[in-house]
Write a protein that binds this ligand. Structure first.
Ligand code: AMP
Length: 270
């Protein structure tokens, strides 16, 4: 991959990268379309990165369908599909640790997760040598951590944000939605409903995080199969939690529907 990328660079081509874990859906395809417009060579990577899964998580069960993914990439005009079998030497011992934005939200519940994400993304940048890389707002914390890493470590890569793509009923698209039974699929709508509720209350002038969070809990707690992992209101830049909404605030939540952990988020703009 790196040899190919170096060759492309020598001929003056710009490279766009969309990193994924496969089992592609419209959300992933929307990122590819964003990248496609802005580069000569579009590279998509598919790699279910073991380093970002804790031993208790769903690494082995994570859905995979390379044949279908390949077909979708062809339809989207992807030039290179990077599909490595592994990305780490057996005795790999160098890791990237972002130490501020990774502490809360998903980082609190998923130990080592963002270390795995940062390391694999840095490796992908070194292999693919992209001019730009597109990441989805769906993973809001991940996106901000990657932007911080790129700034702090001077990667010559422009990070492009891709908006969240949703199913017609509002559920954020995710490869993990495949785990949901028909009833759980219905229950999962409580995430979107809670964000709609908070948006409405915020629009009416409410600024107390306790009141806004209560509104969200009222949407989720009555749902039998739903268990809140976290609901956080954090400063959109620093990801520090706040009591009172001031400036741009990221509202992020993780909810378990049965054993499937779903995330969603929205920014309340000042
Ligand atoms: P994943 O394969 O889940 O690791 O996601 C690969 C990329 O697609 C990440 O940048 C995600 O943020 C992005 N992504 C996942 N779901 C969506 C969605 N519903 N809308 C937009 N981007 C998404």
């Amino acid at each position: 991959m790196q040899q190919r990328a170096l060759g492309l660079k020598r001929t003056g081509k710009t490279i766009g990268l969309v990193p994924t874990m496969g089992f592609l859906h419209e959300g992933h395809l929307s990122l590819m379309r964003l990248a496609r417009e802005r580069c000569d060579v579009l590279v998509v990577s598919i790699y279910v990165n073991p380093a970002q899964f804790a031993p208790t998580e769903d690494l082995d069960a994570y859905p995979r369908d390379f044949g279908r993914d390949e077909e979708l990439c062809n339809q989207e005009g992807v030039d290179l599909l990077f599909y490595p079998a592994t990305m780490y030497a057996d005795d790999a011992s160098t890791w990237i640790d972002e130490k501020a934005l990774s502490e809360g939200l998903c980082g609190a519940a998923r130990e080592g997760h963002f270390q795995g994400v940062c390391t694999v993304v840095a490796k992908l940048f070194n292999l693919v040598l992209p001019d730009l890389a597109v990441f989805g707002e769906k993973d809001a914390q991940q996106l901000r951590i990657i932007e911080r890493m790129v700034r702090d470590l001077n990667f010559p890569v422009e990070i492009v944000r891709g908006p969240i793509l949703r199913e017609p009923d509002g559920l954020a698209m995710s490869s993990r939605n495949k785990y949901l039974s028909a009833q759980q699929r219905e229950e999962a709508l409580c995430l979107r409903r809670s964000l709609d509720g908070v948006q409405k209350l915020y629009g009416e002038g409410e600024r107390s995080v306790a009141v806004l969070r209560r509104k969200m809990l009222d949407c989720i707690e009555p749902v039998e199969g739903a268990e809140v992992d976290y609901i956080e209101f954090v400063d959109d830049g620093s990801l520090v939690a706040m009591d009172e909404v001031r400036g741009d605030v990221l509202v992020a939540l993780a909810v378990k529907i049965g054993s499937t952990r779903l995330i969603d988020n929205e920014v309340l703009h000042a």
